[in-house]
Design a protein around this ligand. Structure first.
Ligand code: TEU
Length: 523
């Protein structure tokens, strides 16, 4: 691998495919729809697209339940559409990564259909089957993320199978050599077609403790607050079902394949502690991993500041996110789009890969899902709109289908968008979130060579600031204006959330204002 691989300069963007752009009027976003929006993304300045799963799926968990890893679900298009998308992206200097979902398959995947046929089926051990406990109950106390036990009894063979997510997502047995060989083949299949890498779903899951011991229960005071999972799941210490170090051996195996194609592997490693997370980003393991501390945060500036500093110190090549399809959007959690843009500015100066979740550039808050119309399997467990609010269709233009679809309804409700939320309205307004994000991304691209480990400057009041090379990035996360003084020397303003034309660094920062300034050595 070169000293400066391409992904070090990437600016990432998550495309939640079912909600991005429908091209054929069926209410589902699709690959040709995404292709038709590539110029929009190119113009925004993003260079690395991560597309959520597009493989055939019964959609019990919206594509995170796959029946064929080498094919495309007809809702999303065809293999030729993938090829066309990859060439069109590459022509524009953009790269594309897909989702690798191999902790589990769909229960309708031919492997599982075979596996559940009999105890002696040749594919039986590709999944995790166990006898009932002596009382007939599940083999251990593990819980499904989306509610209830992580085991389902299968009448035909009298055993339970393991599923850390819904019963429609049986966990693969990663101790079985065939599973690893099959997945190697899937990686090569897509790399040979020109795919530039994978976002590795649940990368720290994959392997389980071989003895499948009960997980300890947490003391009530130790139960974490976290979204996106059933409340009951949080009451256990997940010591044995996830985060087994043996998963890293699988990452290393994939890394060898990816490096031969100059492809990138970015792990979804949902560990908020930056030190533990960093151990997954190794010289010969995953190239990068998302850090979800901000995705999990409501508005708490001190906490944001402390966490961000710790994460930036932990590893030089983390991937930075504030929003995803699995949690409420940042603008909703923080209470304003302005705050999310201020934090986005802080992320844009750091080494690593900054990612936007589609719609974040518009300052979107969660869409509203009318009662009874939830689609997320988690909604059944917690009775809310669960993860659906972050997944409503992209508002491209005012009007009934939001420019997303010509169908009267989409797969998920449109989410009550205002004209001001849409791309069509924001693109001509230099002060809109869209225009601000475009300027911000251009600033990162322009100052790319400046990125080195951040040196955090003393907090001036509630302003969080760091220096990287000759660049200073600062954001006022408080509710009060603060004086801002960079000291002696010539400073040029490269970016100011509040002033598209600024050349001079402002002498004070208003609440939510963020700037990027560059020091010019005297001639
Ligand atoms: O998410 C994994 C997942 O459920 C985490 O967000 C979880 O909250 C965390 O591990 C708990 O600490 C991925 C996908 O992003 C999600 O959409 C899928 O539902 C899930 O995997 C199952 O494939």
């Amino acid at each position: 691998m070169s000293d400066h691989p391409w992904w070090r300069d990437a600016i990432g963007y998550q495309v939640y495919l079912p909600s991005f752009q429908d091209s054929d009027g069926d209410g589902w976003g699709d690959l040709p729809g995404l292709l038709s929006r590539l110029d929009y993304l190119h113009d925004l300045g993003v260079t690395l697209l991560w597309i959520s799963p597009f493989h055939p799926s019964p959609m019990r968990d919206h594509g995170y339940d796959i029946t064929d890893y080498r094919a495309v679900d007809p809702r999303y298009g065809t293999l030729s559409d993938v090829d066309a998308l990859l060439s069109a992206a590459h022509e524009r200097g953009m790269r594309v990564v897909a989702d690798l979902v191999v902790n589990h398959t769909s229960s309708e995947h031919p492997w599982f259909v075979s596996s559940r046929r009999s105890r002696t089926d040749p594919l039986r051990d590709r999944y995790i089957w166990r006898d009932p406990a002596p009382d007939g109950g599940p083999p251990n106390n593990w819980l499904s993320h989306f509610g209830g036990p992580a085991w389902t009894f299968d009448q035909r063979t009298g055993q339970y199978y393991l599923h850390l997510f819904t019963p429609h997502q049986p966990d693969l047995n990663w101790q079985h050599p065939d599973v690893a060989d099959e997945v190697d083949g899937i990686l090569r299949f897509w790399f040979d077609r020109g795919l530039d890498g994978f976002r590795v779903d649940t990368a720290h899951y994959l392997t389980k403790h071989p003895d499948l011991p009960d997980n300890p229960w947490l003391a009530p005071d130790d139960v974490p607050v976290q979204g996106g999972v059933a409340a009951e799941w949080l009451t256990q210490d997940h010591r044995y079902d996830i985060e087994q170090p043996s998963a890293m051996a699988i990452h290393r195996r994939w890394r060898a394949i990816a490096d031969a194609y100059d492809a990138v592997l970015i792990g979804e490693v949902y560990i908020l502690d930056p030190g533990r997370l960093a151990s997954y980003v190794e010289a010969d393991g995953l190239h990068s991993a998302f850090w979800f501390g901000l995705v999990e945060s409501d508005w708490a500036p001190d906490r944001v500041a402390t966490m961000l500093r710790a994460a930036a110190a932990a590893a030089p090549n983390l991937s930075w996110v504030q929003s995803s399809h699995d949690r409420r959007r940042a603008a909703t959690r923080y209470g304003s789009a302005r705050r999310a843009t201020a934090v986005a500015t802080l992320l844009m100066g750091l080494p690593g890969i900054p990612f936007l979740y589609n719609g974040e550039e518009l300052g979107l808050r969660d869409g509203t899902i009318p009662p009874g119309q939830a689609q997320d399997p988690l909604a059944a467990a917690d009775g809310s709109q669960a993860r659906d609010g972050a997944r409503t269709p992209m508002p491209w233009a005012p009007g009934p289908g939001l420019g997303f679809t010509t169908a009267p309804a989409a797969w998920l409700p449109f989410g009550d968008r205002a004209p001001a939320d849409t791309v069509a309205v924001q693109q001509h307004d230099p002060t809109s979130p869209l225009s601000t994000h475009r300027r911000l991304i251009a600033t990162r691209a322009r100052t790319a060579h400046q990125r080195s480990a951040p040196v955090w400057l003393a907090h001036t009041g509630d302003v969080l600031a760091y220096r990287t090379g000759s660049v200073v990035v600062a954001a006022n996360l408080s509710d009060r204006p603060h004086p801002f003084d960079l000291g002696p020397g010539r400073w040029r303003c490269e970016f100011d959330t509040d002033n598209p034309a600024a050349e001079r660094v402002p002498g004070k920062l208003d609440p939510g204002q963020a700037v990027i300034a560059r020091h010019h050595a005297p001639e």
